[in-house]
Design a protein around this ligand. Structure first.
Ligand code: BJW
Ligand code: ZN
Length: 245
């Protein structure tokens, strides 16, 4: 893989870095992506499971799907890609991670600033009274769990289609994108909005956009640099480069 001289110059002069991630960065930890050949949505379309109406109509099915994914995530670890992003904190003034992932792997790897746009699968809450539940509190229940206070249905604390993103995380992400000198867009198909608008927002505000993916995406034509390869491998190369600047 070759890096352009413009990228080298940008890396040298950049102070504020944003890393915007999607399911691809966790693929190397063993978390299935959503779309594509290995996607978890080959059998079910996203709209069929990841929305509130589906949860109300097919509660058990949706909970089965989340329990399955909670189990996967409990048994995996952050990978080289997550750790490379943590290491970037040594070389830049600020590194903000904006993630669409709900697997908590950036925090577990040690990234200090992490904005989770689509929630976190380790948290749950009651749709009746809002009471929070950890996975440990609900995990062993066979059927869809109910609130101990109001008997309301408990749901995973993730953002489904048609739902707003958490306001504070979104506002902070927009600010970070607007002030970024460089934004790395890693392992996302960039088709789910409004998250997918952040790289172009950053670009309009002057950031250099670097895409890292195993294949070209919707975003590639707007990126200043497209690095094709696995997130873990490419990010390690980028950090090596930065170290030796
Ligand atoms: C590798 C790799 C390796 C693999 N290394 N790379 C029409 C037009 C525009 C917008 C809309 C529209 N109709 C509806 C909308 C809005 C909708 C939307 O965007 N829909 C589009 C799909 C059409 N958005 C919403 O509804 C959002 N809310 C919203 O807009 O609020 C306002 C509103 C309110 C009320 C009414 C209407 C609007 C909410 C979106 C929530 C998304 N939630 C999910 C599920 C989270 C919970 C869960 O996980 O169960 O979030 S959907 C799913 O997609 C998940 C992901 O975060 C998200 C993005 O997926 P991601 O990360 O990009 O994964 P993949 O699989 O798509 O891509 C993986 C990539 O990795 C690929 O490119 C691979 O090549 C690559 N890869 N291995 C590097 N080793
Ligand atoms: Zn309740």
């Amino acid at each position: 893989m070759t890096f352009s001289s413009t990228l080298l110059t940008k890396l040298k002069s950049s102070e504020r870095v944003v890393v915007f991630t999607g399911a691809g960065i966790s693929a190397e930890s063993g978390v299935p992506t959503f779309r594509g050949e290995d996607g978890i949505w080959i059998k079910f379309k996203p709209e069929e499971l990841a929305n509130f109406d589906a949860f109300m109509k097919n509660t058990e099915l949706v909970w089965e799907w989340y329990k399955h994914r909670k189990r996967i995530i409990q048994n995996i670890l952050p990978n080289a890609g997550h750790f490379a992003i943590v290491e970037m904190e040594t070389y830049f003034k600020s590194v903000s991670v904006i993630t669409q992932n709900i697997d908590n792997l950036h925090r577990r790897a040690g990234s200090k600033i992490v904005y989770e746009l689509h929630g976190n699968i380790e948290r749950n809450y009651c749709i009746g009274c809002g009471k929070n539940y950890s996975n440990e509190e609900i995990f062993l229940q066979e059927t869809a769990p109910r609130c101990t206070s109001c008997k309301g249905l408990i749901r995973p604390d993730v953002v489904w289609f048609g739902e707003n993103l958490p306001t504070d995380e979104w506002n902070a992400s927009v600010r970070a994108a607007e002030f970024a000198d460089i934004i790395f867009v890693v392992g996302t198909s960039a088709v789910v909005y409004p998250a997918a608008s952040l790289p172009t927002l950053a670009r309009r505000a002057g950031a250099f956009v670097v895409e890292i993916n195993i294949e070209p995406t919707e975003l590639s034509r707007y990126a200043d640099e497209v690095l094709i390869g696995k997130a873990g491998e490419v990010l390690l190369r980028v950090v090596e480069l930065v170290k030796n600047l």
